[in-house]
Design a protein around this ligand. Structure first.
Ligand SMILES: [Zn+2]
Length: 253
């Protein structure tokens, strides 16, 4: 039984028995993995803060064929999370985002671009002044794109014309965008030019630059995020987890 080693981001952990914890972590080399950390609930556990949610650690684990839970042998902390994880607003936002990541990821299916995006978003959020709403929108945009659920937002979903920045656009019930000429469609609803510009910005910049540009949580973020949540709902076939309590107002729109 070979030992597998990889850098990872801890997504969540919970008690399994009196002494052990289950840890869900997103590895750079093997994607989403669930494992058991034996003895992790003991006071003098060898794991310490290396399996705290949103820490970045280097883990090694055994994987038995046909057993979903791997056996975590060791975890070395690379970047601690206690500063950010002590902030309730960070925990609430990232509990939701990591739940999305878990839903959208196939276990043991590596995606290094996604790994780097997630790590970069957590790093950006470690600046306590960074807009968590902007980071959340950036995360949603890239998670949808990298998992193949983002509709083509480069051309009109009705006539195929390339979409222009800076003009009023719309979206239709399958969540494709439509150009200004197709806004008359009976099921088209308006998308502001500034919300489309914010979407375009997610595709061109780092989370840190995006969060700086959209500091102050302007309304276009909320507009964009409410459409992302509809795309997520369609992809997973049920309501978006946790987010209902986060900003239920945006969701009902
Ligand atoms: Zn059109």
């Amino acid at each position: 039984m070979p030992v597998i080693e990889s850098d990872c981001i801890i997504l969540k952990s919970y008690g399994l028995s009196e002494a052990d914890r289950i840890v869900v972590f997103f590895t750079r080399d093997h994607g989403l993995v669930r494992g058991v950390a034996k003895g992790a609930k003991r006071l003098k556990s060898k794991f310490g803060s290396s399996i705290e949610p949103f820490s970045e650690s280097s883990v090694s684990y055994f994987q038995k064929d046909a057993v979903e839970l791997v056996s975590i042998q060791s975890a070395d902390l690379r970047r601690a999370s206690f500063d950010i994880a002590s902030r309730p607003e960070f925990l609430q936002r990232f509990a939701y985002l990591s739940e999305l990541l878990i839903i959208f990821s196939q276990p043991h299916d590596p995606n290094e671009t996604l790994y780097r995006m997630v790590r970069s978003c957590i790093e950006t959020a470690s600046d306590k002044d960074a807009s968590l709403e902007a980071i959340g929108v950036y995360f949603e945009a890239w998670l949808l794109r990298l998992s193949g659920f983002m509709p083509d937002w480069k051309s009109c979903g009705n006539c195929g014309r390339a979409l222009d920045a800076g003009v009023q656009l719309g979206y239709i019930s399958d969540l494709h965008l439509v150009c200004a000429n197709c806004l008359h469609l009976p099921n088209a609803r308006e998308l502001s030019a500034s919300a489309f510009a914010a979407y375009s910005a997610t595709q061109r910049t780092t989370p840190a630059d995006f969060a700086a540009k959209y500091a102050g949580d302007p309304t276009e973020l909320r507009e964009l995020s409410s459409i992302f949540k509809r795309i997520i709902e369609r992809a997973i076939g049920r309501p978006v987890p946790l987010e209902m309590s986060l900003d239920a107002g945006a969701f009902t729109g």
